[in-house]
Design a protein around this ligand. Structure first.
Ligand code: HEM
Length: 437
């Protein structure tokens, strides 16, 4: 029998040996869009010594996300193995990954989330009150402190964590990822390794305190299971904190920016909040019934997804749409462009929460077309927690405050690859709209 002819590699330019297109990528932020315009919805490139294939569209999302462990496994940058360790969801694969998700999800299921509602409301009220007493606040940096405090309180029971050493140590860990892997204190990589040691020491202390006196947080739930070693527990916790807080800060920033520019949507959100005017505290039932708020948050996540896509390593040769996808290369799925696809969304560029109402349900018409939390076996573990936190924050915000952006923004042209609204400042004005909380 004759061998089947080898399929071609996708079009694209790999650039120089080893470094490939790294310098071009650093110099030209629109590098990916330019490549897509030039080569189409599947193209190859190379950076940091790794060969990549970008795949765009809902079919590509399905191909990547439904073939986890068969053709693809999750991956990250090489330094992350040494800095964060391999006993966490990012590096775990197959059966071990499945088991770990099962254990960790006990801290993020509905029963657990109910316990976090009061904490979330209190921290939200504290921050909003503080910001309303300032002349102006830098939106994203402040929201990052807020979400870090909240996630650390929910997971570890630590108060005001952004003001503790934890914040600096975790930031040091993250900055070691893109540095030369020399384990000396002068490099960012070396500092990351030192910080890992200190952080583990801190977590040891926190774990001992929890064993002596439980605090009703996620760590307590995890300590009740005998399946996690202390090393895995610490590595999983660090991973959870890092995967959760920046995304929430990004999504809330985008909410502030979007709603400031849509008075009509703001009015509808307020009308919905009036239905809950009599309650002094929020409960899960009420939070779930805020459907217009939920649709607005979903629309924020469609237009400004905090995570633009995901990377997977190819573990078995395969093919897609007539091109070969070789083993040991990396594939990237891009959810941001899927959310803007006119074949999926009627008016993709328009900010309209009704995209998701019970009549339209545009996200449900075709599979793999709405993926702010990813999909498949690695769908975001904190999805329900993140949605609940965002609804609580926005509900308290809408009821009690108004806000103004200090700069005019054009939402269409200012959308960044990862929306952080880095330079945006706002003024928050105390202005009770709805009685109650
Ligand atoms: C608005 C907030 C959030 C967004 C938009 C978001 C988005 C995502 C996305 C897109 C993925 C999949 C990435 C991929 O396919 O490679 C993911 C994975 C993950 N997220 Fe989130 N996330 C958010 C909040 C959180 C929170 C609050 C937590 C936990 C505290 C969390 C924990 C995780 C974990 C553990 C994974 C990896 C799951 C696995 O590999 O099995 N996320 N998230």
């Amino acid at each position: 029998m004759k061998d089947r002819p080898l399929l071609p590699l996708p079009p694209g330019n790999l650039g120089l040996p080893i470094i490939g297109q790294t310098l071009t990528l650093m110099r030209r932020p629109k590098f990916r869009q330019e490549n897509r315009q030039k080569y189409g919805d599947i193209f190859k490139t190379r950076y940091l010594g790794m060969n990549f294939i970008y795949l765009y569209g809902k079919e590509a999302n399905k191909f990547i996300l439904s073939n986890e462990n068969k053709y693809f496994v999750n991956s990250s940058f090489p330094n992350s193995k040494k800095i964060f360790g391999t006993n966490n969801l990012t590096w775990q694969r197959g059966e071990i990954h499945k088991q770990s998700r099962k254990i960790l999800s006990r801290s993020f299921n509905e029963k657990a989330i109910q316990k976090y509602i009061t904490i979330s409301s209190e921290i939200t009220k504290f921050y909003l009150e503080k910001w309303s007493n300032c002349d102006a606040i830098a939106l994203y940096p402040e929201l990052k402190n807020y979400s870090f405090d909240l996630i650390c309180k929910i997971i570890l029971g630590v108060e005001s964590a952004s003001k503790t050493e934890l914040f600096e140590l975790l930031n040091n860990l993250s900055s070691g990822i893109f540095s030369i892997p020399l384990p000396v204190p002068q490099t960012r990589f070396g500092r990351a390794l030192q910080s890992r040691k200190k952080l583990f020491h801190k977590l040891d202390e926190i774990i001992i305190q929890h064993r002596e006196q439980p605090q009703n947080d996620a760590l307590d739930i995890l300590l009740q299971t005998e399946y996690l070693s202390d090393l895995e527990l610490k590595e999983q916790i660090i991973n959870l904190i890092l995967l959760g807080h920046k995304e929430i800060a990004s999504a809330l920033s985008s909410f502030f920016v979007s709603i400031a520019q849509h008075r009509d949507i703001r009015d509808r959100l307020n009308r919905e909040q009036k239905c809950f005017a009599d309650s002094q505290t929020l409960n899960l039932e009420q939070i779930k019934s805020m459907t217009y708020l939920e649709n607005t948050i979903k629309e924020v996540l469609r237009i400004f997804p905090p995570v633009p896509g995901g990377i997977r390593k190819v573990i078995q040769d395969c093919s897609f749409q007539g091109y070969q996808i070789p083993k040991n290369w990396y594939v990237i799925y891009d959810l941001k462009s899927t959310h803007q696809d006119p074949e999926i969304y009627t008016q993709p560029e328009l900010f309209n929460p009704d995209t998701f109402n019970s009549l339209n349900k545009e996200d449900k018409k075709q599979p793999y077309s709405y993926l702010p939390f990813g999909g498949g076996l690695r769908e975001c573990l904190g999805k329900e927690l993140a949605l609940t936190i965002m609804k609580i924050f926005n509900s308290i915000l809408l009821r009690n405050y108004d806000w103004k952006l200090l700069s005019e923004l054009d939402l269409e042209t200012s959308s960044q690859f990862i929306p952080t609204w880095q330079d945006v400042k706002i003024i928050l004005i105390k202005s009770p709209q709805v009685s109650g909380i």
